[in-house]
Ligand binder design. Structure first.
Ligand code: NAP
Ligand code: GLV
Length: 311
């Protein structure tokens, strides 16, 4: 039996080496050139597979996402039913996302975006001293593997942190809001909003004109979830009217961001190229290997993404 690898964005050789260190006896085959007999494939490691590819392997026991998100798998209408789809939760991925979030929260908290604008104007000056972190309200949309760590780290740094999720949560030092009914109340109390939601039917377009208007005037947005969660024209409007002060965006409706997209040159937008937290085989392979061993031992891998809810 063998492990199938399919991704156009990840380096198969790095994955081959990292998995070999964990599971030296496994055969690792890269789609399409090394596929061989489709019946040999027991597990698949996938990122953005072509439609129908995973359906060609009748003996798959689990499909592992090469990232935290799974919408790239669920968008395949031919995704084999009954095969568990396993999300990636790995300490390295979580750490890098928390670093990204803390970096940009501190950036906006300290007004470095305003100093960057002053620098572009060659203007030497001092803005008012920022408030202490306990008076800076930071809200995390999504309190899953990534959101929870970011929220707890920001709370430990002294920020006034709240979070929003689908099901109720209890996190030390974090005010937790639950469900669609609480969404606008949650947003209305934030100076900095951080989106770490998965892309689902419910979250597509969630940061629209009404949601952005619910944020207090002068708030900043950090989006490291998925691009289609933000209605880009509504965000541009909120920035241009001055309702929002600034945004850092790592993910976009269409990636790569096209050359003439207004975000590239917008004075209130910072663009990063979907690098908030990249998967590293060195920390992800041990998690996937442990799940493969669980399946072989007759246990369920985890965490399994639920098809109906989309994450
Ligand atoms: P996760 O563990 O599945 O957590 C998702 C969180 O979102 C959960 O707290 C969930 O609520 C909440 N949620 C989902 N739908 C919701 C809704 N309709 N209303 C309110 N809350 C909702 O996922 P994760 O590992 O933290 O990853 C989150 C996302 O980050 C990924 O799906 C991916 O899109 C993005 N990501 C981006 C990068 C990057 O480099 N930019 C890297 C990694 C991940 P419950 O807790 O109640 O289920
Ligand atoms: C990256 O975007 C991921 O989902 O891990």
């Amino acid at each position: 039996m063998a492990i199938l690898f399919t991704s156009k964005d990840d380096d198969p050789d790095a994955w081959r080496a990292a998995l070999a260190a964990e599971l030296p006896d496994e055969e690792f085959r890269v789609w399409p050139d090394e596929t061989g007999d489709p019946a040999d494939m027991e597990f698949a490691l996938a990122w953005g597979p072509k439609r129908g590819v995973l359906a060609r392997f009748p003996n798959l026991r689990a499909i592992f996402s090469l990232g935290a998100g799974v919408e790239h798998l669920f968008r395949d209408p031919d995704l084999p039913a009954g095969v568990p789809i396993v999300r990636l939760v790995d300490p390295g991925l979580t750490l890098r996302m928390t670093e990204y979030v803390v970096h940009w929260v501190l950036h906006f908290h300290r007004g470095f975006h305003a100093y960057a604008a002053m620098e572009r104007r060659r203007e030497w000056g001092r803005l008012p001293v920022p408030p202490p972190p306990e008076r800076r309200r930071v809200g995390i949309l999504g309190l899953g593997a990534l959101g929870r760590d970011a929220a707890e780290t920001l709370a430990a740094l002294g920020f006034d942190v709240s979070g929003w999720s689908r099901s109720p949560k209890h996190l030390d030092g974090v005010r937790c809001f639950t469900g669609a009914d609480a969404f606008h109340a949650f947003l209305s109390e934030l100076d900095i909003a951080v989106c770490l939601l998965p892309l689902t039917e419910e979250t597509r377009g969630i940061l629209d004109r009404r949601a952005l208007a619910a944020l207090p005037r002068g708030a900043c947005l950090i989006n490291a979830g998925r691009g289609p969660q933000v209605v880009e024209k509504d965000l541009l409007n909120a920035l241009d009217t001055g309702h929002l002060d600034a945004a850092t965006l790592d993910v976009f409706e269409i990636e790569p961001l096209c050359d003439d997209h207004p975000f590239w040159t917008h004075p209130r937008v910072i663009v990063t190229p979907h690098i908030a937290s990249q998967t590293s085989p060195s920390t992800a392979a041990p998690e996937i290997a442990a799940n493969i061993q669980r399946v072989r031992a007759g246990e369920a891998p985890f965490p399994i993404a639920e098809r109906l809810r989309g994450y």
